[in-house]
Design a protein around this ligand. Structure first.
Ligand SMILES: [Ca+2]
Ligand SMILES: [Ca+2]
Ligand SMILES: [Ca+2]
Length: 268
């Protein structure tokens, strides 16, 4: 009996299926700082700003829902337009990967009418923050190792002031478009935006993204066995999220069972 079969032998019963769970999260940093990402609908204005932030996965992943956190920079101001919706895009990178390809068609577009299940999270640094949630109109299939850019922009009928809150983790950069005197400027400031992607691995058990389930995947999972895959994020956060195949927030027997049930599988 080899090692894999020995492990399998201790797992009784049918393997559970991979379930939908958090596949990537950049957590609010708790400061209440906001990066404006909103525009004056329908014609735009010199007050508009748009934010993109990047994400990627070690293995092919289906993204089905998005959660994000933000608030108003000038809450209660009579000059500010009401929040009427959100535009969510997933955009490709330019070849170097350092910024979104703003000329290319988005890979996914979701228009959310209304306030996207806005719910208060509390007051942070004197700023009221809210959580938002949307189910994508169709799942987005992310390819292993490819860098994508999430663009979440609020629509306001009046001067816009809505923004995403800064995140405690990420690669330390985001991308934005600001308007000034009738023109647009693009910048890569320091910081990350807070968002959570919900979904599931395309190929449960393929942790290294080579599109089959094998010994290297098992080795990766065993290396993380018993670890948490929820907050607070660690430097190997992406790997932990990826290894938490059933999305329950920890890497454990269930995940191992799923991997072993798929051992040898070649992924679509
Ligand atoms: Ca970032
Ligand atoms: Ca693999
Ligand atoms: Ca798990």
């Amino acid at each position: 009996m080899n090692a894999i079969a020995a492990i399998a032998a201790v797992l009784i019963g049918a393997a559970p299926a991979a379930a939908s769970g958090v596949v990537r999260a950049q957590f609010p940093d708790g400061t209440g700082r906001l990066m404006q990402s909103s525009w004056f609908s329908p014609d735009g204005s010199d007050y508009d700003q748009i934010v993109w932030d990047a994400f990627s996965f070690p293995a092919d992943t289906l993204v089905t829902e998005i959660i994000w956190e933000g608030g108003h920079i000038y809450p209660g101001s009579p000059f500010i337009g009401p929040l009427t919706g959100f535009e969510i895009h997933i955009c490709p990178s330019i070849p170097a990967g350092i910024q979104p390809d703003i000329l290319a068609a988005p890979l996914l577009t979701a228009s959310i009418a209304g306030t996207a299940e806005e719910s208060p999270l509390g007051v942070f640094g004197g700023v009221g923050l809210y959580g938002y949630h949307a189910v994508l109109p169709q799942p987005f299939r992310a390819t292993a190792g490819v860098r994508y850019w999430l663009r979440i922009v609020a629509t306001q009928e009046g001067i816009p002031d809505w923004g995403l809150t800064f995140a405690a983790n990420g690669d330390g950069k985001y991308f934005r478009r600001i308007a000034a005197v009738g023109d647009f400027y693009y910048q890569s400031p320091n910081g990350d935006s807070a968002f959570t992607l919900i979904g599931a691995p395309v190929c449960p058990g393929d942790l290294d993204g080579n599109r089959s389930v094998g010994a290297n995947d098992l080795s990766l999972l065993l290396g993380l066995f018993g670890q948490s895959a929820s907050a607070p994020p660690t430097p190997d956060w992406a790997s932990r999220q990826n290894a938490d195949i059933d999305g329950n927030g920890a890497i454990g027997a269930n995940d191992l069972s799923i991997l072993l049930a798929n051992f040898g599988a070649v992924c679509p």
